[in-house]
Design a protein around this ligand. Structure first.
Ligand SMILES: *Cc1c(COP(=O)(O)O)cnc(C)c1O
Length: 428
């Protein structure tokens, strides 16, 4: 696609965008009486305008029905998660039995590792990406220690080559092959939070399985962003938060995926709770845990109705959009346009002031671009904020910008580029 660095071009792209009206479904934060250009959906998605309505519905049910709300009213809480499952499934490429909303992300990562990290005599290692999100590093380290192993020897990190920022698929696959029968678990991000690199998930899954390992993914930056086919790729398990690309609000509910091939495996450990017990028999309150079939069998505590209602509000917008594939079509163009605009700014400045470390190829990235600012990175980031451009800052010098197809426009990108050029000229 040939891009142009002018307002008329950006506006024309917006005119042709069948998703452009979805922007009206969200609230944009304001500063000095004007909305921000919000490029931070990788960190916290915007609030759907319907969010309050969905919370109010449940507050009303609680007000009017109190405990009866579990079985009565327009959305009995006992079954509330089921409506979400049908909408979560197409976002990650699963059947609805394979997904369930529950808890928060790091908690679910632990619960799923309890089931799927099963170290044995010589097969006890975990392969992961170097520079994973810290919560994942801590969770994995502590799980390894919990089983009595030393993280130094039990965790193998795949690192970028010297002078590179992102991983080569060949290096990931070679590391898996090299450690072969020592590997209990391959646990990767879908998209790395820092670099924005989308890993080759099907290839990693296949290589992990060939080595005889279980393969899981943390999809915090991938779910709701890029097309996923967890079922067909035969991924063993995955989890994600819903507050980034899926707009469910701060601390929003997490989702889990467990492939149906594991449903009948009674050898899997679980940290069980009553809400994972067979739904039909749950209130018999009997001794001896028997899990509900499917991902719901991993539930521990009773349904978190309010956070789920927020996720539900947002999932309805995804449904309206036609789920991921039309959004991804727009997302590829938006992110490519941002990449083009950044390079135009470098040309104008006469040097590579902004180095995009996210891979250039579409298949290796989602919405986000991670950009190293060579001179005055922090000052530039602050000045963008002062000028109503909201991105996100990562030490020591990286600005992450994520155009989100649900609510960003080509004009947003063009205008953000104009301002970035202006503040760069002022500051360097
Ligand atoms: C955002 C993010 C988290 C956050 O975990 P919470 O438990 O929701 O606080 C964890 N892992 C990754 C990879 C993330 O991107």
């Amino acid at each position: 696609m040939i891009f142009e660095n002018n307002l008329a071009f950006a506006q024309n792209m917006d005119q042709q965008d069948p998703m452009r009206h979805l922007r009206d479904e969200f609230f944009f934060p304001q500063q000095n009486g004007a909305p921000f250009i919000y490029l931070c959906g990788n960190s916290l998605g915007l609030q759907p305008k319907t969010a309050k309505k969905y919370i109010d519905q449940q507050l009303n049910n609680w007000q009017n029905l109190a405990v009866e709300g579990w079985f009565e009213g327009d959305t009995p809480w006992m079954f509330y998660h089921k409506a979400l499952k049908d909408l979560m499934a197409p976002i990650v490429g699963a059947n609805s039995q394979e997904v369930s909303p529950m808890n928060t992300l790091t908690v679910n990562l632990h619960l799923l590792m309890v089931s799927f990290y099963k170290p044995k005599a010589q097969r006890f290692k975990i392969i992961m990406e170097a520079g994973a999100f810290p919560s994942d590093q801590y969770a994995i380290e502590s799980q390894v220690r919990f089983h009595g192993y030393d993280p130094e020897s039990a965790i193998i990190e795949v690192k970028p080559r010297a002078g590179e920022y992102t991983l080569r698929t060949a290096d990931i696959l070679a590391t898996i092959a090299d450690h072969g029968d020592e590997i209990a678990l391959v646990l990767f991000g879908g998209i790395n939070y820092f670099t924005g690199q989308w890993y080759d998930m099907p290839a990693i899954t296949k290589a992990g399985h060939e080595a005889g390992a279980i393969v899981g993914f943390d999809l915090a930056h991938a779910a709701g962003n890029v097309p996923l086919q967890l079922h067909d790729w035969e991924v063993d398990f995955a989890c994600w938060c819903s507050y980034k690309y899926q707009n469910s609000g701060p601390g929003g509910i997490s989702g889990i995926f467990v492939h149906e091939k594991h449903f009948k495996d009674s050898s899997l450990n679980r940290f069980a709770g009553w809400w994972g017990y067979q739904e039909q028999q749950r209130f018999k309150m009997e001794k001896g845990f028997i899990p509900e079939a499917g991902a719901d069998g991993w539930q521990v505590s009773c349904t978190q109705v309010i956070p789920m209602s927020l996720y539900y509000a947002s999932l309805q917008i995804f449904e309206k959009a036609g789920f991921i594939s039309p959004l991804r079509k727009k997302s590829k163009k938006l992110t490519a346009y941002l990449s083009y605009i950044i390079k135009e700014i470098n040309k104008e400045l006469g040097e590579e002031q902004y180095q995009i470390i996210t891979p250039e190829t579409e298949m290796d990235r989602g919405a986000q671009l991670s950009i190293i600012a060579k001179h005055k990175p922090k000052e530039i980031f602050k000045s963008l904020m002062d000028n109503n451009i909201l991105g996100d800052w990562r030490e020591p010098n990286v600005i992450r910008l994520s155009p989100v197809p649900l609510y960003n426009s080509f004009e947003d990108i063009f205008t953000a580029g104009l301002i970035l050029l202006k503040v760069s000229k002022e500051l360097i």
